[in-house]
Design a protein around this ligand. Structure first.
Ligand SMILES: Cc1cc2nc3c(=O)[nH]c(=O)nc-3n(C[C@H](O)[C@H](O)[C@H](O)COP(=O)(O)OP(=O)(O)OC[C@H]3O[C@@H](n4cnc5c(N)ncnc54)[C@H](O)[C@@H]3O)c2cc1C
Length: 243
């Protein structure tokens, strides 16, 4: 199963499949083909930490064809001192305008016109549009002429996942474990996937819990005390293990 979820044999199996199915269905259908005995606890852990918190969606909602395509290269980074540092570093002196919503993108005589809700517009030679999927799916941003049918279809058929984070700051660390990322061997009913140990990264007494997919949606309705209580149940297991 592990190789179905993230290894090459899973990709090979799907390359021969005629239609796309969900990752969950692929595991059900082809899991035995890999020939390994299934460790249910290990599978639950992979589904939680390698799937739900990695892709913000559960195996049921992910495409076995495309789910594991990497969108970016390189390691995860922790941005410190605010995301503006990142924007300014990348922009290298270009003008950054915040609070300038665009409601229409219009091609006019070889140029692109960006029109705001107040009707004011900006002209550009070229435009790179990186608004989130939800904005593209809404009526708040229109294109003239309309986007190509393939784009319209892709926008309509994609879905957005959910990844939530719970940050817990303690007076001082109660743990000594130097590992930066913690996962429970058996996730059980825990809503959390991974825990990030910021003490190991920048010395602050902070633990960050991640939850993704259906578990994040269900827990987004809970109160802060309920979340903290669930977090403490997780953390107790690390403490009991001597971390
Ligand atoms: C809670 C949370 C925690 C995360 N933590 C991490 C992390 O630790 N590390 C990591 O690598 N990733 C993290 N991510 C993911 C990361 O934030 C996103 O992948 C990334 O920000 C996506 O960038 P983007 O430019 O595609 O979209 P966004 O950052 O959403 O940018 C889209 C921009 O478009 C603007 N916009 C929308 N509509 C219009 C309009 N009509 N006109 C003009 N502008 C418009 C928005 O204001 C926004 O500035 C996290 C995400 C969430 C939700």
């Amino acid at each position: 199963h592990h190789s179905i979820v993230d290894g090459e044999s899973g990709t090979e199996i799907m390359a021969e499949a005629e239609t796309d199915i969900s990752v969950a269905a692929a595991i059900d259908e082809f899991g035995d083909a890999v020939g390994n005995d299934v460790d249910e606890v290990a599978l639950a852990r992979v589904l939680k930490t390698e799937i739900a918190t990695e892709f913000a969606a559960d195996a049921e909602d992910l495409s076995a064809y495309y789910a594991f395509e990497e969108g970016t290269e390189g390691e995860d980074q922790l941005v410190t001192g605010g995301y503006m540092n990142l924007a300014e570093g990348v922009l290298e002196g270009a003008e950054l305008r915040l609070g300038h919503p665009v409601s229409m993108v219009r091609l006019s005589q070889g140029e692109v016109e960006l029109v705001g809700p107040d009707g004011a517009s900006i002209l550009a030679d070229r435009v790179v549009i990186t608004v989130p999927l939800g904005v593209l799916q809404s009526e708040n941003l229109t294109f003239e002429p309309e986007l190509p049918a393939t784009h319209v279809e892709a926008i309509a058929s994609l879905g957005m996942g959910l990844l939530d984070k719970l940050w817990l700051r303690f007076d001082k660390p109660f743990w000594t474990e130097p590992a930066a990322i913690w996962t429970l061997g058996d996730p059980g009913d825990s809503p959390f996937g991974d825990w990030y140990n910021l003490a190991a990264i920048n010395g602050s007494p902070i633990l960050l819990g991640l939850m993704g997919g259906a578990s994040a949606r269900a827990w987004s309705a809970k109160s802060e005390p309920e979340l903290v209580a669930a977090a403490m149940l997780d953390l107790e297991q690390f403490v009991n293990a001597g971390w």
